[in-house]
Design a binder for this molecule. Structure first.
Ligand code: BGC
Length: 733
């Protein structure tokens, strides 16, 4: 008998339904992520869930093989994609296809004062992470620059909460558009490396909210970061990787963070706190992973068997477990199991171009007298390049951000390529000895003969380009320990002084992530802050020094004249580096320029300072009204004119100053900035919107942000110490 049309239709319909029913929701990338999460969760056993919450190797954690849910692979961050390491060891596995592009250090990115550069950075490094098949990039870092001694300042974005907030958001967006999660670190108050795992930080609510949290909040709420890393230190007696207030209350409850809290490597110390206080993924708890009867194999992590056992006994509820697993599943669906994840690219010409551009925009011209700079090609026949940083690798070392790179153009190579090898003579002048994580061994080279050789080279040159600063050796700009003084190491002060007695035409270039003392500053006509610039360091530097690119960077932190001028240091050991395991942030909200301004201490170079080879004139600033309500937006306009003969870019900075606040407030606080490039003689009208709600202070009594009515000055400056315009406005309730 022939089947009727209805039977055929029924047959087709039911096979379609069966077909659909066979594809589980969690595997269907057209389904909303939350449905996929719930579906996957409902299919998992207790053991599979717990398995996801801790490492299975140095940098990875388990997926659910039975369900086809992949592992999570993390990697450092934040300046390039770290080489592959052995499964259970920190050392490189010797792959031949994992040499990355090194991007400039985050201090240098911050110095660009250009969120477009942060987006370019994020996109480029995200593409490299994606190509290497990473689910999570361990970066960026936004801990506030509190003292010039912190070994990891170079990995962060400076001293100002507003600047770091504006720069971190596009970085994250750029990374994540590649289907790779950014992991913002180190949450929170990880402002030093000395005693980093044991120091217990006490800080006022106000400083916490006004200074130390804003960049993290922006990363979560505006950047929509998919993961965050807890820090090693303690806050109010609890380790930050398992800190109830920071993780459960502030991050997850108040900020609605729905991503994964990842511990710093070895930052978890007990099961109960890990389970209850908001940690989702435990990494790096000391283990070689090889034995089950040894000290701590992966299955004995705090959130492995010890958790499972107590889930089974009923001590812990499944709801908390499910929340953690949901977050990790969500991250997997956003990254490795997302259907529209691009393929990424690695060490592409575009990445070199991006690295160079960001580096150029971050280099800061601190001083330039007698038109010492630029040095156009052909101006001099004999250029002496002196200083070890002209030839030392500055991408290797520094701890977890150390990189194996495809290439690194060192400053000397860049300068030779620019000026020609017949023009340049090089002498290292000093030597730093052993690098990376181990205590420095003394260089075997003789200090005096290095100095004499350099002085000879300097004597015979038309100009000296000195390239020194710090490096990534332990106790310089490096993880795991702080600098022991603010002075330049390896006898460089003496060396610079000796050079300038034989040659006054000297440009000092400092490559560092931190401020240094400069006893020779008065004798040196030109000074450049060059940071750690990554793979394209030499090219970027040569472009700036030769004038092919006009410098436009601004300092993302203040340079004190001497260490004791720094706020935290000035209060003694209790305030830094801590006493008997405790540390009080005594300077409170007066961090960086907020301190220098309020205490009337002149810094060596102020926050926001940076010169150009051209000059800019700030026209009269005006606002659209004179009086505003607290939810209004102030529209500020001014004309910026390039009054020189070269194209250049200027960052106009807007600070606000409350005239009669009822609580102590810093003299000024950065609330906006705008970087504008102008041809020679060109001018442009700049419009800046200022939301009055952002002028609030954190009221500890009411535990809320409050904009006070009253008179305010809007200050328009070329730096925090160089205010060019002032507009007075009134805020009404
Ligand atoms: C660092 C982190 C890093 C992790 C993994 C830790 O020591 O503090 O920033 O991401 O190691 O390498």
């Amino acid at each position: 008998m022939k089947p009727s049309k209805i039977t055929i239709l029924f047959f087709i319909m039911s096979s379609l339904t069966v077909g659909l029913a066979q594809k589980p929701v969690y595997l269907d990338s057209n389904q909303p992520i939350e449905k996929r999460v719930q579906d996957a969760l409902s299919r998992m056993t207790l053991e599979e869930k717990v398995d996801m919450l801790h490492a299975q190797s140095k940098f990875s954690s388990k997926g659910v093989p039975r369900l086809g849910i992949p592992e999570v692979w993390t990697d450092d961050g934040p300046h390039g994609i770290r080489e592959e390491v052995f499964w259970d060891k920190w050392i490189g596995a010797g792959w031949t296809n994992d040499s990355c592009t090194a991007f400039p250090a985050l201090t240098s990115l911050a110095a660009s004062f250009n969120p477009e550069m942060a987006l370019l950075y994020g996109i480029s490094i995200g593409e490299e992470a994606r190509y290497r098949n990473k689910s999570v990039l361990l970066g960026p870092g936004v801990n506030i620059y509190r003292t010039p001694l912190n070994g990891r300042n170079f990995e962060y974005m400076g001293e100002d909460p507003y600047l770091s907030s504006r720069m971190v958001v596009p970085y994250i967006q750029g990374v994540q558009q590649n289907g790779v999660a950014a992991c913002v670190k180190h949450f929170a108050l990880n402002n030093q490396e000395d005693n980093r795992t044991s120091i217990d930080v006490q800080v006022s609510e106000r400083a916490l909210y006004e200074i130390y949290l804003p960049a993290f909040k922006a990363a979560v709420q505006e950047g929509k970061a998919w993961s965050i890393m807890g820090s090693y230190n303690l806050f109010r007696g609890q380790h930050c990787c398992t800190n109830d207030l920071l993780l459960n209350k502030i991050l997850k409850q108040d900020w609605n963070f729905n991503g994964v809290v990842i511990s710093d490597w070895g930052g978890t110390h007990n099961t109960e706190q890990a389970v209850l206080n908001g940690l989702d993924l435990e990494m790096g708890t000391s283990t070689d992973g090889l034995t089950t009867d040894g000290t701590a194999p992966y299955s004995e992590y705090y959130m492995a068997n010890p958790y499972l056992k107590n889930l089974k006994s009923g001590k812990y509820d499944v709801k908390t477990l499910d929340d953690k697993v949901s977050r990790i599943l969500r991250l997997i669906f956003r990254t490795t199991m997302s259907a529209d994840r691009p393929f990424g690219k690695f060490v592409s010409p575009e990445h070199s171009e991006a690295a160079r551009k960001i580096a150029e925009q971050g280099i800061v011209l601190l001083k330039n007298e007698k038109q010492t700079l630029p040095i156009p090609v052909g101006k001099y026949k004999k250029i002496a390049v002196i200083g070890e940083n002209a030839t030392k690798s500055l991408v290797i070392g520094g701890g977890s951000s150390s990189l194996k790179v495809a290439y690194e153009v060192k400053p000397l190579e860049g300068l030779i390529a620019k000026y020609g090898k017949d023009v340049i003579s090089f002498s290292s002048g000093y030597a730093s000895g052993q690098s990376e994580y181990v205590k420095e061994t003394k260089s075997r080279l003789n200090k005096d003969s290095l100095l004499h050789a350099a002085v000879e080279v300097a004597k015979n040159a038309d100009v000296v380009i000195y390239i020194g600063g710090l490096n990534k050796n332990y106790l310089q700009d490096s993880e795991g320990g702080d600098r022991k003084s603010m002075a330049l190491p390896y006898g460089q002060d003496q060396l610079i002084q000796a050079i300038q007695t034989v040659n006054k035409n000297i440009v000092v270039v400092l490559l560092s992530g931190n401020a240094v003392e400069m006893p020779w500053l008065g004798q040196v006509p030109a000074l450049v802050q060059g940071w750690y610039l990554g793979s394209e360091a030499g090219n970027a530097l040569a472009n700036i020094l030769s004038g092919e690119v006009n410098p436009s960077g601004k300092l993302p932190f203040s340079f004190p004249k001497k260490l004791e001028d720094n706020a935290a240091i000035s209060f003694g050991a209790i305030s830094y580096p801590g006493l008997n395991g405790k540390e009080e942030y005594k300077e409170d909200i007066l961090v960086g320029y907020r301190w220098f301004d309020t205490k009337k201490i002149a810094p060596q170079f102020a926050f926001g300072h940076g010169l150009s080879y051209t000059t800019f004139e700030y026209g009269k600033a005006t606002t659209d009204k004179k009086s505003y309500a607290t939810n209004d937006t102030v529209k500020l306009t001014l004309t910026l004119k390039n009054t020189g003969v070269l194209k250049g870019a200027e960052t106009v900075q807007i600070y606000i100053s409350a005239l009669k606040p009822s609580v102590m407030r810093p003299i000024k606080e950065l609330k906006a900035f705008s970087k504008t490039e102008l041809d020679a003689s060109a001018s442009r009208q700049i419009e800046i919107n200022l939301g009055v709600k952002d002028w609030a202070f954190y009221n500890e009594k009411t535990q809320s942000w409050e904009v006070e009515a009253g008179k305010y000055n809007i200050l328009v400056g070329a730096s925090s110490a160089d205010i060019r315009q002032k507009v007075n406005v009134e805020i009404t309730k």
